[in-house]
Design a protein around this ligand. Structure first.
Ligand SMILES: [Zn+2]
Length: 301
């Protein structure tokens, strides 16, 4: 069982934003991202030394940590650009499985932050080659934290789209778990959804829970948040209490939903009938926090 991870301490990487316009990125250590996967060796994010960077289609300033400047480098030739490093035992690991392995390491927090930021920035650049206003090409500036439309002298900033995720419990402290149509077979998690224009996070919680399973909730409490660049989200985690019990999954986004006790959840996962969200996700952290709540209650009694 992994302990809940909520990112409530300061950033481990000093982003040194005041140096973004002047930093020498060729002298930085490079974190390499190819198609959303990070260059990793022996479970750690590789920092390529200055002078050994691949030819890059994008370089951005990630900040400084452990006395070094760190840069995101996206190789022009994709994986081919780091073929020598791969041949020497490194690998390109997609961010989701990488977060799961880093979450299990006591020293994984810095790499988690570097990998998440690097993938988020790389995706944003990859998805925004043109100005959303006039359609002309944009170019990276400010150490890769701005894309500029030179035709209009208009700056575009990296997008982060908030999405809520909510652990709903009933009066008996059973947890609502749901299977979404986009999940792999047997996967169950909390309800989640994008915050829409014109609503607060809490209103998004009310709306999503009502839309997806027809339930009203109360006592919405913020728990924590997590950057989730798939492709550009920050997941904002809440707890809430159901004011009714009947569940009516919408059949489109949510195909199954049920209330489980801790013992029922354990039995279902042990029997392989239910697969939980992976370690390293806020979904798993919310779930483990609920699971461990029983032990905390017993301890306090
Ligand atoms: Zn423009």
């Amino acid at each position: 069982m992994s302990a809940p991870v909520f990112l409530d301490a300061p950033l481990l990487v000093d982003r040194a934003a005041e140096r973004r316009d002047s930093v020498d990125l060729a002298a930085a250590h490079a974190v390499v991202v190819v198609d959303g996967a990070v260059l990793v060796r022996d479970g750690q994010v590789v920092r390529l030394a200055p002078g050994s960077h691949p030819q890059a289609s994008l370089v951005a300033f990630l900040g400084q940590a452990q006395g070094r400047d760190l840069a995101l480098v996206v190789p022009e030739d994709g994986a081919q650009g780091v073929a020598d490093v791969l041949a020497a035992g490194a690998e390109l690991v997609a961010l989701r499985p990488l977060l799961a392995t880093l979450d299990a390491r006591h020293d994984g927090a810095l790499d988690r932050e570097l990998a998440t930021t690097a993938v988020a920035l790389a995706r944003w650049h990859g998805n925004h080659p043109r100005c959303a206003h006039c359609g002309e090409p944009t170019v990276p500036t400010s150490g890769g934290w701005v894309r500029r439309c030179e035709a209009e002298e208009r700056d575009h900033y990296p997008r982060t789209d908030p999405a809520i995720i909510v652990a709903v419990t009933d009066a008996d402290d059973r947890l609502l778990v749901a299977h979404a149509s986009t999940f792999s077979a047997g996967r169950y998690s909390h309800l989640a959804g994008y915050v829409e224009p014109g609503e607060s996070f809490e209103q998004a919680v009310h709306r999503e829970v009502a839309e997806e399973v027809g339930l009203a909730v109360a006592d919405i409490e913020y728990v924590g948040s997590q950057p989730w660049p798939f492709p550009a989200s920050v997941m904002v985690g809440f707890r809430a209490t159901a004011v009714s019990l009947a569940l009516s999954p919408d059949g489109v986004e949510i195909t199954d939903a049920l209330w489980v006790t801790r013992a029922e959840l354990d039995a279902a996962t042990e029997a392989g009938r239910m697969v939980l969200p992976p370690a390293g996700s806020i979904a798993r952290s919310l779930l483990e926090q609920w699971r461990q709540g029983a032990a905390a209650d017993v301890g306090a009694a």
